[in-house]
Design a protein around this ligand. Sequence first.
Ligand SMILES: Cc1cc2nc3c(=O)[nH]c(=O)nc-3n(C[C@H](O)[C@H](O)[C@H](O)COP(=O)(O)O)c2cc1C
Length: 410
Amino acid sequence: MKLDRRIQNIDDLRRAAQKRVPRVAFDFMAGGAEDFVTLDNNRTVFERIRFRPHTLVDVSNRSTKTTIFGKSFDMPFGVAPTGAAGLYCHRGETAIARAAKAAGIPFVLSTSSFEPMEDVARDAGGTLWFQLYMSKDRAAAERLVLRARDAGYEALVMTTDIPVPANREYNERNAFSVPFKLNLSNMIDGIRHPDWLVNVLFRTLWHSGVPRYRNLDTEVGGKIIAKSRSESRAHRDCLTWDDVRWLRKLWPHKLLVKGILRPDDALAAREAGADGIFVSNHGGRQLDGAVSPIEVLPQIRAAVGPAFTVMADSGFRRGSDIVKALALGADMVFVGRAPLFGVAAAGAPGAARAIEILGSEVRRVLALLGCTCIEDLSPDYLYCEALPELQRLAIAAHSGRIELLKTKQA
Ligand SMILES: Cc1cc2nc3c(=O)[nH]c(=O)nc-3n(C[C@H](O)[C@H](O)[C@H](O)COP(=O)(O)O)c2cc1C
C-alpha cells in the first residue's frame, strides 16, 4: 500500500489510521481506560521536561546503537507487545515484526496476537521476545512458555498490570469483541471503510478464519482442538511474585516483568529473578490515574542501581520523548501504538514508516543536543523546572551509572 507523502510523524499516521479502519477497531487501539487521564498524561508529561543542548560538538559520527543483554541494536527503542494487531492489517504481527527486523530493533509478540507465535517466528525472524499473560492455570502458561522457547523467542516478558480487565467503556459501546463479531453498526462502519474491509477483514477471513487470538487455543492443522482463552483470562487476579519465581525456573533465557511503576516493585522483580523490567502503565489502558513511567523512572533507576535493565513504555510518539527517557535512566524505550498506527494506516509499509520516523527523529535530536552516542545521554541534558525532584533523583541515579562505567572500564 502506498504511503501519503503528507505523513511526516506518528500523529499523521494516527490520523490516517482513523480514516482507514472502522471506529470499533480504531477506538480499541487508540483509547485508554475510563477518562483517559493517564493516557493524556503520558503525552503531556514530556512537555514538562526540556533539553539543555550543548553546541559546537562534532556530532557527524553520532550513533543511535545501543546494547541490551549483550546484543547490539541499531536504535534505542523496540516494539512493545500489542494484541490484536491482525485487526489492522492481514498478518499484522508478522508485518510489524519484519519492519522491526529490517530496522535492527527488538519486537515483542503479545500472547493476544492474531497469529500463532510459531508463524511469526518462522516468517519474520529478527530479535523476537514473547509477552506472557499468565493466569492461575500454570499448565496453560507452561504450554505457552515452552512453545515460545521452542520457537526461538529470546526473552520472556511477563505482563503484570492486568489482574482484571480494564474499564474501557468505548469497547462496550462499540460492542468490540474477540473473536471479532460484526453487528449491524460494525457492518455499516465496515462498509464505509472498504479498503479495510477487503484488504484486512475479508483477507483474514479467507486465509485464517474469523480474527481471533491464536496463541491460547490449541490448534492442529488450523483446527482448534482446545479452547483455553476464557479460563486463562478469568483468573489473573491471584498472581503474586511467586509466579515470577516459578517462571524464572521454567524459562531458560532473559525474563522481564512488565507493568512496574514503583521502586519497591522493581526491587521485588529483581529479587524474584527477573533480568529486567518494563516501567509501563500499559499505554494508559489499565489503571486510569496511574503515574506515567517518565515520572517514576529516576526513582526506579536509583533503587535498582546502574546495572539492572530498565525498559520504559507508554506515550512515546517522538524521538525526543525517547531521548528524554534514556536520559532519565531507561536502557531502552518500547513503542506500542506508533507501529500499530502505521499498519492500520498503510499495512506493512506503514509499520516500517513509523519505525523510520522515530529512528530519524532520535538521530536528529542527538545531533541537536550535541550528544554523540546513547550511552552519553544523562539528566545533565535535561531541564525539569516543573519536576525538580525528578531532576535531583535523575542526577543521583546517573552518578551511580557513571561509577559503574568507570569500574567496568578500569
Ligand atoms: C491495542 C493495544 C494492545 C495491547 N496489547 C497488549 C498485550 O497484549 N500485552 C501487553 O503486555 N501489553 C499490551 N499493550 C500495551 C503495550 O505493550 C504498551 O505497554 C503500550 O502500548 C505502550 O504505550 P503506547 O501505545 O503509548 O506506546 C497493548 C497496547 C495497545 C495500544
